[in-house]
Design a protein around this ligand. Sequence first.
Ligand code: NAG
Ligand code: NAG
Ligand code: NAG
Ligand code: NAG
Length: 207
Amino acid sequence: MLAITLLPLTLLLVSTVFALPTTPRYLKRATPAWCAGLGAGQFDTAHNFTLAALNTTLPNTNATGAPLVVGQAGAVDGAEYKVLSTYASYPYNDFPTMSLLNGSLIPVSDLGAQISDSQVSAGNAPSFIVTDSNLPAPAQIYCAVADTDPTQGTPYPTLAVNGDTDSFALCMDGSQNNVVWKPTADNYGAYDYNSCYAVRVQLLGLN
Ligand SMILES: *[C@@H]1O[C@H](CO)[C@@H](O)[C@H](O)[C@H]1NC(C)=O
Ligand SMILES: *[C@@H]1O[C@H](CO)[C@@H](O)[C@H](O)[C@H]1NC(C)=O
Ligand SMILES: *[C@@H]1O[C@H](CO)[C@@H](O)[C@H](O)[C@H]1NC(C)=O
Ligand SMILES: *[C@@H]1O[C@H](CO)[C@@H](O)[C@H](O)[C@H]1NC(C)=O
């Protein structure tokens, strides 16, 4: 009689044990919000890489694409704004490498400039602020995605912002060719919409 009453409990314990995930929870970090939906190749922390833009509609001259640097985007008293520009259109490189720190994209300055990334909304350029005083907390909105296809994948990880790898473009703003996320004609003259072409932003130097 005792054995019969214990049986359901034993079954319950056994099924509970086998329902546990195969990887213990403490070994598996949950996907952070800024990488949600980006698949198995996603990662949100990396050091010492550079960025490049690859045409997604037109043939490219090589697999790496046009090198990107941190370009100027105006200044106010005590702060400078920055965007991502092609080196070809902005031939200065004050931030020779980038870091991805827990979802924040942080250019690394040669000269110790304090820089933080900002939130990015549709139609706008991914941007940064440089300031010595009251540097804002960095926005955690970036993720990188390594192609996990061993046969025909892309060789370089792809940058995502707001969970999206597919909506970057290069657009002319004056003489600068800048990265814009989800470009729109309705941009208050921030860039020439007709000049925009779609690109994939790649992380170079990690492979
Ligand atoms: C980045 O690269 C430089 C030079 O190769 C090295 O000294 C430095 O430790 C690296 N930084 C990180 C965070 O890996
Ligand atoms: C790859 O092509 C781009 C132009 O699309 C050029 O700016 C860049 O320098 C080239 N990179 C290499 C490594 O040749
Ligand atoms: C992409 O194509 C445009 C239009 O042909 C060209 O001007 C530009 O240099 C190309 N950019 C890259 C990164 O290959
Ligand atoms: C990453 O950011 C999350 C959310 O802001 C925070 O909880 C976590 O401690 C951070 N991790 C590291 C390694 O900085």
